[in-house]
Design a binder for this molecule. Sequence first.
Ligand SMILES: [Zn+2]
Length: 83
Amino acid sequence: MSATTCQSCRAPIVFARSVSTNKVMPFERDPAGEWAVELGQATHVGPAPREPIEGVPTVERWISHFARCPHADTWRGRSRGRR
Ligand SMILES: [Zn+2]
């Protein structure tokens, strides 16, 4: 998994491939995020439980940077140009 920074807003992000859509997306760390990222693969795990569940390991949570980036329009424009 390659850690990098968003070229638009300089937020620390990682790129991971969504196991459901098979698309590579940028993610940023967020305890309220609904994604688990491991070995370059992102799995949508849903909202974090309010309290840790016994027997279920706490995973690092991530949120799609597409939703967060203040320059998301730039992102979209860029991915369109790459095709
Ligand atoms: Zn950004």
